[in-house]
Design a protein around this ligand. Structure first.
Ligand SMILES: Cc1ncc(COP(=O)(O)O)c(C=O)c1O
Length: 494
């Protein structure tokens, strides 16, 4: 290759005119970012955003302001205004905490700017390594396939599309589903909303999801499931997928995955597991890891790295037991994407043949960096610690005369009620929601709410490796203080 300098080369104005100057500003920003993350405990969980967002207005953006000004703006106007989930007392929704290794991977991924849809280059090999690690971690056989996606919602769409191909045949890609019998899917009530969204998007409709009540152990009632499947078959509806939940978003319940796998094997139905965060119980110690038993028997598994593996957003994944049907569901190669034996156009299989995205970012690097930097043992210990902290929160709630648990802690989710027992459900819910809002605004603790037993309750999902016992104790005493404030507020009770 001829690497001699090109004469009279004018650098593009989209590259720095002075790379030394760029380096100086980039290093300044890196230091600010490292300070920000290393001091996560010392800041309030977030800074409120100005409603008019003056500071981030782009206007017509016809002229750029250059690197120095942008670095200042990033540090001043963007960085402090995160969701807050890097803070150790952020327990809202299921928001992962982010790792220092992610700063390193994002620098390299941005510099390489790889397109991981396919072709033969280094980033694809990293994704293969990551997916092979996942395959082994979750006990899937060789020949299973998988890819990284934006999150469990996207992973679910891909998994259901493959399940649909399996039952209708590859020709359904061409004919559509109109000529086929109606399909139905089955999941425990409390299954995540992404499940019905996926069914809607695949043209099956949200009504194709049968929600089955929970049994006394808190998982799907298999006897009930059997009846509903049998009833559907008698009226010509084809059961195409049973969804097992490994860690429900509301209370962290697990279905009996072994029993569901047995049922699906007998009934010849695709067995999908939504393991968005709960799948990672597999890396925890006993008794939590036993909850995920049976996950290795799934036909497909959807899970996230950005939740309970602490990896930066966004990063989810799907694993499919039958790699062949996975490829058949998505592979499309117009002429300009034809593969080659060698060269950049080589390197089959390409990830674009396993999902909807042709252009794909180098998500795999942040996972690779996390596994390489910390190792799965340390990550598993952090997961175990989060489960212990949820149990600690449960114990504090049980010790308090003013709070009560709304569901037993099974994993890392703790749902409780701060309202007096005798109040009607609406008033209880209003008090709980008001407490959650007051604490969020205080900048101290973030809980979120959910509905259990017809009441809005306070909910903590602990997926943060920075949280310690003292944070849990502080959080519960903050709830009690906020409760006092609200109960003293006469208007509220009226
Ligand atoms: C159990 C469960 N499934 C699916 C999802 C959707 O995942 P994502 O937000 O990564 O799309 C979530 C999100 O919280 C979840 O908790």
């Amino acid at each position: 290759m001829d690497n001699r300098p090109v004469e009279n080369y004018m650098p593009s104005p989209l590259d720095p005119a002075d790379w030394g100057d760029f380096r100086k500003h980039a290093h300044r920003l890196l230091d600010t970012c490292i300070d920000h993350l290393s001091e996560a405990r010392d800041h309030p969980w977030c800074h409120p955003v100005d409603a008019d967002c003056d500071a981030v207005m782009l206007g017509s953006a016809t002229e750029g302001v250059g690197y120095a000004e942008v670095v200042d703006e990033l540090a001043r106007n963007i960085l402090p205004f995160g969701t807050g989930n890097t803070h150790p007392r952020f327990f809202g929704w299921v928001h992962g905490s982010g790792l220092a290794s992610g700063i390193l991977s994002e620098i390299v991924a941005a510099t390489m700017n790889s397109n991981c849809g396919g072709r033969d280059h280094g980033a694809v090999y990293v994704e293969r390594e990551v997916m092979d690690w996942c395959r082994r971690c979750f006990g899937f056989p060789e020949g299973a396939s998988g890819l990284l996606v934006s999150g469990t919602s996207q992973a679910t769409i891909i998994a259901f599309a493959v399940a649909r191909t399996k039952v209708l045949g590859i020709e359904s890609r061409y004919t559509g589903i109109q000529e086929f019998p109606k399909l139905a899917a089955y999941a425990a009530s409390g299954v995540h909303s992404s499940t019905s969204k996926a069914l809607e998007l695949l043209g099956l409709g949200a009504a194709s999801l049968r929600t089955i009540p929970l049994d006394s152990d808190g998982g799907i009632d298999i006897q009930h499931l059997k009846q509903v499947v049998a009833r559907d078959r008698t009226v010509g509806i084809q059961p195409f997928c049973v969804i097992g939940t490994a860690g429900s978003v509301e209370s962290g319940f697990f279905d009996d995955l072994e029993a569901l796998a047995d049922f699906c094997a007998i009934e010849n139905i695709w067995f999908h597991v939504d393991g968005a965060f709960g799948a990672w119980a597999r890396l925890a110690e006993s008794p939590w890891k036993e909850l995920a038993k049976g996950i290795e028997r799934a036909d497909s598994l959807a899970f996230d790295f950005h939740k309970w593996m602490y990896v930066q957003y966004d990063c989810g994944a799907v694993l499919i037991r039958d790699g062949r049907v996975h490829r058949e569901t998505f592979a499309t190669r117009p002429a300009y994407l034809a593969g080659q034996k060698q060269g950049l156009g080589g390197g089959d299989p390409w990830y674009c043949d396993y999902g909807t995205d042709l252009s794909r970012s180098f998500r795999a690097l942040k996972v690779w960096c996390a596994l390489r930097t910390y190792g799965s043992i340390a990550l598993g210990k952090a997961i175990t610690r989060n489960c212990e902290l949820a149990s600690h929160m449960e114990a504090l709630v049980n010790d308090s005369l003013l709070l009560r648990m709304e569901a037993p802690v099974r994993l890392n989710v703790c749902c409780f009620n701060a309202a007096p027992f005798g109040w009607d459900a609406l008033l209880q819910g209003t008090l709980n929601a008001t407490i959650v809002q007051q604490l969020q605004l205080s900048g101290d603790v973030v809980f979120s709410t959910t509905e259990l037993g017809g009441r809005t309750v306070i909910r903590a999902a602990i997926v943060n490796h920075r949280t310690c016992n003292a944070d849990i104790e502080y959080a519960i005493s903050s709830v009690l203080q906020a409760r006092n404030t609200q109960m003293d507020n006469h208007d509220f009770i009226k």
